[in-house]
Design a protein around this ligand. Structure first.
Ligand SMILES: Nc1ncnc2c1ncn2[C@@H]1O[C@H](COP(=O)(O)OP(=O)(O)OP(=O)(O)O)[C@@H](O)[C@H]1O
Ligand SMILES: [Mg+2]
Length: 373
């Protein structure tokens, strides 16, 4: 089912100040389509959990409305909303077997025994935990426990699945595996899902769309590509990865053909500009490190055809990571530029002190407004 959040705001009593107010979520508007997977992403304390709890009905908005499937549920308690929540701590019952845990919700609803057995068996197979049916939670690994928690949430076939950092207790490797699994299962059941995380890679992997939040406010909503490559402002650009930002003046603002001038007078082209960037005004030119190619001070590398010069400088630091090499380049800008180059076995790599030229493609260059949050 679809979910609509209309201008929801949540004000708490500030525990630090007598009579003080704390705005945890401010005027939040979002429409989530049927079967869509949307992630709320942002730093600690930005209001992700509070927003999710308002969808579930564990928290009532101070103002605004929550709609699920075309119905205003703002005043409904959680059990009338047909949502299911998966938490960070798995909250599975320690004294019950895997099978009993998974079937618990259906038992509560008083479904016939054969139906429960059939549904539980099916979901355990999908989740790859069928062989564990008779084990107790303390006989399972963290990843297996999280699968049980997921199976238990999905078996009820809720209209909306809510996830609050469900993978943060798992180690890095398992986390990566489980996020692919969550995506796969959500796709096969097409359950509308709202997922909360502060891990940007996790958000990129699982989501149809990402909502980036900061201090209770929505900063941007878009596909993973839009959020990463066409951020709305500096906060989003920084939060979702590493960036090179140059202060520039906007000479020409034209569809896919923006022209800007740096402080030293050099010109740059950029295909895209965020809302709020004005012709004649100041802006920030953004290029991600992997979009800067590094070549020698002299001749062009063959792969650089069609690219423009971004800057020239000296390699300050080289970090070899196997699959990639990361460079910090001193281009006399006060702050080093970052470049990441792939496949170093083929391309070779540069050493501290080498003079290099950095090139970019206008397709990878994006303009941000200066005065953003
Ligand atoms: N019951 C409460 N009373 C007072 N303040 C609260 C309450 N619950 C949350 N807050 C505050 O509201 C803000 C948002 O909290 P929330 O739990 O939604 O953040 P979050 O984005 O989920 O953070 P995290 O990533 O750390 O889980 C925080 O400043 C928090 O301290
Ligand atoms: Mg939280």
């Amino acid at each position: 089912m679809s979910v609509r959040l209309i201008g929801i705001t949540k004000e708490f009593q500030d525990p630090e100040r007598e009579g003080g107010k704390l705005l945890a979520v401010r005027d939040f508007n979002l429409e989530i389509g049927e079967g869509e997977f949307v992630t709320l992403l942002g730093p600690s304390g930005c209001g992700k959990t509070t927003t999710l709890r308002m969808v579930a009905g564990f928290e009532m908005p101070t103002s605004g409305e929550v709609w699920i499937g075309g119905r205003n549920v703002s005043n409904d308690p959680p059990n009338k909303r047909d949502t299911s929540m998966v938490f960070q701590s798995y909250a599975i019952f320690p004294h019950m077997s895997v099978e009993q845990n998974v079937g618990f919700g259906l038992e509560l609803k008083g479904r016939p025994r054969e139906e429960i057995n059939r549904e539980v068996k099916q979901i355990m197979e999908v989740m790859g935990i069928a062989e564990l049916a008779h084990r107790r939670p303390d006989q399972l690994s963290g990843g297996q426990q999280q699968r049980v928690a997921l199976a238990r949430a999905i078996v009820n076939k809720p209209s909306v699945l809510l996830f609050d950092e469900p993978l943060s207790n798992l180690d890095a490797k398992l986390r990566e595996q489980m996020r692919l699994e969550i995506r796969r299962i959500q796709q096969s059941f097409r359950i509308t899902s709202v997922y909360v995380t502060h891990d940007q890679a996790e958000a990129m992997t699982v989501s149809d769309r990402i909502v980036v939040m900061n201090r209770g406010r929505m900063m941007q909503v878009g596909t993973p590509f839009e959020i990463y490559s066409r951020p709305a402002n500096r906060f989003v650009a920084d939060f979702i990865g590493r960036v090179n930002l140059l202060p520039v003046r906007v000479e020409r603002l034209a569809e896919e053909n923006n022209l800007v001038r740096g402080e030293d007078g050099s010109t740059f082209q950029a295909v895209s500009a965020a809302p709020g960037v004005r012709e004649g005004g100041q802006a920030l030119l953004m290029v991600r490190p992997e979009s800067l190619s590094v070549s020698g001070a002299e001749g062009d590398a063959a792969s650089d055809t069609g690219k423009l010069v971004f800057a020239r400088g000296v390699i300050d630091k080289t970090v070899y990571l196997g699959a990639t090499v990361e460079y910090e380049i001193d281009a006399g800008l006060g702050k080093p530029l970052l470049a990441v180059s792939h496949d170093p076995v083929d391309a070779g790599f540069w050493r501290t002190g080498d003079r290099v030229t950095l090139r970019y493609s206008p397709r990878a260059a994006h303009l941000l407004p200066v005065d953003s949050d």
